[in-house]
Design a protein around this ligand. Structure first.
Ligand SMILES: Nc1ncnc2c1ncn2[C@@H]1O[C@H](COP(=O)(O)OP(=O)(O)O)[C@@H](O)[C@H]1O
Ligand SMILES: [Mg+2]
Length: 203
């Protein structure tokens, strides 16, 4: 793979942008890629976890002037950022609770109008709540991926780690949660391959 840029975007805070940025980067390291996370908020979660000093990839605060030494760049957008990101591929996390969901719907409309490719990731759905369960189900039926609600994320956060760190090997259902990220990475890479194919056809 030559180079892939993914914007992790949802103007609503607390949807899982930073959580996905660092864990997806960690999944990429597992697969032999060289990821870079750009955290647009210097006080942001992914920067803070990076400060812990144990991540196997870099988190920087600004978009570098020169092309970075990485083949997967993940931009962790900050909350309230309604400006549609420039890249073609958007990864949009969303928690399906009613109060959170509307922002995603509004932002997705803007993205669709602009012709973006969108990977939706349902995070932290509380399946015992009918409404959240139904919303999550509807999104998954339309092609969204899901990261079920799990304690491994707060546990990893507390130790300034990703769920791929070996310290997390014995956490409950850790393999399933790691697989969720490998699947998301698969979707990102499939899009990258498709685009490379299109470029070749155009040449
Ligand atoms: N699937 C999940 N299960 C449990 N907690 C989750 C899940 N997804 C996200 N979270 C938690 O939700 C909180 C907000 O996530 P965060 O990535 O900081 O959101 P954002 O960057 O969009 O503001 C974090 O504490 C994170 O660990
Ligand atoms: Mg964040």
């Amino acid at each position: 793979m030559t180079f892939k840029l993914v914007n992790i975007w949802n103007p609503k805070g607390g949807q899982g942008k930073s959580m996905i940025a660092i864990n997806l980067a960690a999944a990429a390291v597992q697969m032999g890629l060289k990821p870079l996370v750009i955290c647009q908020d210097p006080q942001g979660t992914s920067s803070m976890i990076y400060e812990g000093g144990r991540l196997p990839f870099e988190v920087i605060a600004n978009i570098p002037k020169n092309k970075p030494d990485a083949n997967l760049v993940l931009i962790d957008h900050q909350a309230s950022d309604w400006q549609l990101p420039q890249g073609r591929l958007l990864l949009m996390p969303v928690k399906p609770a009613r109060t959170q969901y509307k922002t995603y719907v509004d932002a997705r409309k803007i993205a669709e109008k602009a012709g973006k490719q969108i990977i939706t990731v349902v995070t932290d759905a509380q399946h015992h709540r009918t409404e959240e369960r139904e919303t999550a189900k509807r999104l998954v039926e339309k092609g969204a991926l899901e990261i079920p609600s799990s304690g491994v994320f707060s546990r990893a956060d507390a130790q300034l780690l990703t769920i791929f760190d070996e310290e997390m090997n014995k956490a409950y259902k850790i393999k399933d949660r790691r697989n969720d990220f490998l699947k998301i990475l698969g979707a990102v890479l499939a899009d990258a391959l498709e685009q490379e194919g299109e470029k070749k056809n155009a040449a």
